[in-house]
Design a protein around this ligand. Structure first.
Ligand code: DAH
Length: 351
């Protein structure tokens, strides 16, 4: 006798199409139990043939339908499993998204360009490797002059040197365009120095303004305006303290009134001390003569200072050596977001 319920159950419990195929063969194959039962019908009487035949055909129908349904379900599952197995991972590992920062030196240089451009200064430049004439002699510092030892200069074997000051560009620019001239220059300078506030290479900004009738009053007005713009405050008392530079006469150092509290610079009239911020003076007649400009006709002023120094003061950066260590942690702390371009109109720095 055929146990239909068991067969249907076996079909439902099959887990692979192969297992299903085996069941099908065992029942409906050439020697399958249902095939044999159908063959055996011939042995029955016409009356039994009729009823048993109809019953067997119904069972066969039901088994076939169940087999078909189960087959589609298993095939689908097998295809899905295969797809999952054969899947090729075409994705790349996500790149870590490093945020870039503007280096404080770059930021301060951009600020200085904005300020001096607004006053009509043009940008000029000169080489890092200089000759003695442009670094010293033309700047009224002839051989044997004691001021040559004010800066620990690196000399090259051929007698040239790494410029120790951007004042060289004053000479180059006056040689190039004569007078009048109104320029700033920014660039690297080199001195044999190494501590928390000195590095053997650092950057200076230099300004030069030569025209007819330029006086110390112009110098003072220009530099006071510069410091107000740079430190973004009008409360910035300044003093010009007499000093010596070979290339200016008179010469001065400019100081600002301030207080240092918890490593932070507070500028303002209630400050407790004077802090030197730059060197300046009226260009020495000998300097003008060395580039063929008549000092009886043209006069002017010059100034210069370290860019790291004013960057450290403005942004509270304690150690000059860190500027060149390419330490991204330092940069993410002291750097600036890349789309924050300084302008006089929108403010130089954002807090
Ligand atoms: N060259 C000077 C230095 O490196 C800075 C300086 C002082 C530049 C006075 C000037 C100036 O143009 O007039 O220490």
């Amino acid at each position: 006798m055929i146990d239909k319920a068991k067969i249907i159950n076996d079909i439902q419990n099959a887990t692979t199409t192969q297992e299903l195929e085996n069941i099908k063969v065992a029942i409906l194959g050439k020697n399958g139990i249902l095939t044999s039962a159908l063959k055996d019908l011939s042995k029955l009487s016409p009356e039994e043939k009729k009823t048993t035949g109809a019953a067997l055909n119904n069972i066969k129908e039901e088994i076939l339908t169940t087999l078909e349904n189960k087959k589609s379900t298993l095939e689908l599952a097998e295809i899905n499993a295969k797809l999952l197995n054969d899947k090729i991972d075409i994705t790349l590992n996500k790149q870590e998204n490093h945020k870039g920062y503007i280096h404080p030196l770059t930021k301060v240089k951009e600020e200085l360009i904005q300020i001096f451009a607004s006053m009509g200064f043009k940008m000029a430049s000169g080489p890092d490797i200089e000759d003695d004439f442009h670094n010293f002699t033309a700047l009224n510092t002839p051989e044997g002059h004691p001021a040559r030892s004010m800066q620990d200069t690196f000399f090259l074997p051929n007698g040239n040197l790494l410029r120790s000051q951007t004042s060289t560009v004053q000479i180059r620019e006056m040689e190039r365009v004569g007078a009048p001239v109104k320029i700033i220059t920014m660039g690297r300078v080199y001195r044999s120095d190494w501590d928390a506030t000195h590095t053997p290479m650092f950057h200076q900004i230099e300004g030069l303004y030569i025209d007819k009738g330029i006086t110390m009053a112009h110098l003072k007005g220009c530099l006071i305006d510069f410091l107000k713009a740079f430190f973004e405050t009008d409360d910035i008392p300044t003093q010009f303290r007499p000093h010596f530079f070979p290339f200016t006469e008179p010469s001065a150092e400019m100081d600002i009134r301030c207080t240092f509290a918890n490593g932070e610079l507070k500028i303002g009239s209630n400050g407790t001390r004077w802090l030197e911020i730059l060197g300046c003076g009226m260009v020495h007649p000998n300097v003008l003569k060395s580039v063929g400009i008549n000092p009886e006709v043209y006069q002017g002023f010059a100034f210069g200072t370290g860019i790291e120094r004013i960057a450290m003061l403005k942004y509270g950066i304690p150690d000059a050596r860190k500027f060149y260590e390419t330490d991204t942690r330092w940069l993410s702390h002291y750097g600036f977001v890349s789309d924050d371009f300084p302008s006089i109109a929108t403010g130089l720095s954002r807090k």
